[in-house]
Write a protein that binds this ligand. Structure first.
Ligand SMILES: Nc1ncnc2c1ncn2[C@@H]1O[C@H](COP(=O)(O)OP(=O)(O)O)[C@@H](O)[C@H]1O
Ligand SMILES: [Mg+2]
Length: 320
């Protein structure tokens, strides 16, 4: 097991009150496995990754749970230990929109080499060689080293930030919507690159997207997030071919690529307000299978099949 998360919570202080962006999340990722994390915008995907990498915004009010990386409890590490032992070396992250926040006045090669020189105390020439190696791996020609961000296409900039994340060969890499800002054809190239890297490096990844079809293309397992919780977890086959949670079913029906014979469906209603979420199951106001109990009590966790986990009253033993 590379990563094991239990009951992770991350709440923010806001003007309107406490916002539960991550509200008790548990998941596991095996070595070399890709986990697709899917869900509508605002469901807490980015917050969860900030929690895993401990890159917390200043208004976080609650941060608790267990995060075990290769058997080591990360929550017990001090800030300094986390920074020196974990960030980049053990877990690296490609941020949502990172390719657009490359420094415009520093050559991209220098930006990529920086962690090697600063954290690893590597000599500049050695760092440059290492960066050129990684550039080759991600399909960037050596000239890219001396380019500025504005001289590169979107696809190339995305390759640069992926190269940065791979630099210290971490066992886990988190990619937050890495292809959302790219044209479809470039998106396919970056997806192919990620699949290839995953195979070559036996690297575990969390691939975050709002696009369930895109996610199924690369993921071994999938986690469906709704309102700060993971409502369904399973292998990609289970989630795609045998979705259990009504939300997962609607999410799939709203994806034209996967259900090509039918018109894509629209999920009625809006995502929950995470400051004052609905009682009982978060999803009940939008659910097409809603029952009386759903608004009264939190849903139970059920395991319909080996490897499959769902939070829903439809599968609860105590189904009333
Ligand atoms: N720093 C913050 N302070 C307050 N609320 C935040 C902050 N960051 C995100 N949120 C809120 O937390 C919820 C989850 O956001 P986010 O993690 O960005 O979701 P996603 O990545 O799935 O779109 C949203 O309601 C968002 O508005
Ligand atoms: Mg996000």
């Amino acid at each position: 097991m590379v990563l094991k998360i239990e009951e992770l919570h991350l709440h923010y202080v806001t003007m309107r009150g406490m916002l539960k962006a991550v509200d008790g999340i548990s998941l596991e990722i095996g070595s070399g496995e890709a986990l697709g994390l899917v869900g509508e915008s605002g469901c807490g995907k980015t917050s969860m990754s900030l929690g895993i990498t401990r890159l917390l915004p200043s208004n976080v009010s609650e941060y608790k749970g267990s995060i075990e990386l290769e058997g080591r409890e990360l929550m017990k590490l001090s800030k300094e230990e986390f920074r020196s032992d974990i960030n980049w070396k053990k877990i690296s992250m490609v941020f949502q929109g990172a390719m657009n926040s490359l420094n415009p006045v520093i050559r991209v090669g220098i930006q990529v080499a920086e962690p090697l020189v600063v954290h690893e105390k590597m000599r500049k020439q050695e760092a440059k060689e290492r960066v050129l190696e990684i550039f080759e791996r991600v399909g960037l020609p050596p000239e890219t080293f001396d380019r500025y961000a504005h001289e590169l296409s979107g696809g190339m900039k995305q390759r640069v930030v992926i190269a940065m994340a791979l630099l210290l060969n971490p066992p886990l890499i988190i990619l937050d919507e890495p292809t959302s800002a790219l044209d479809v054809s470039i998106q396919a190239q970056v997806m192919n690159l990620l699949k290839q890297l995953k195979k070559e490096r036996n690297m575990a990844m969390i691939f975050i997207t709002h696009d369930i079809a895109l996610s199924s293309d690369i993921s071994d397992k999938m986690a469906v997030m709704y309102g700060g919780r993971i409502v369904e977890f399973g292998t990609s086959e289970q989630v795609i071919n045998d979705p259990r949670h009504p939300y997962t079913q609607k999410l799939l029906a709203s994806t034209p690529l996967l259900r090509s014979y039918n018109e894509p469906e629209f999920i009625p209603g809006a995502p929950p307000d995470l400051v004052s979420p609905p009682t009982g199951c978060n999803y009940h106001p939008r659910c097409h299978m809603v029952m009386d109990v759903c608004s009264r009590k939190d849903p139970p966790t059920a395991y319909p099949e080996e490897g499959q986990r769902v939070e829903c009253w439809l599968y609860g033993e105590e189904n009333e």
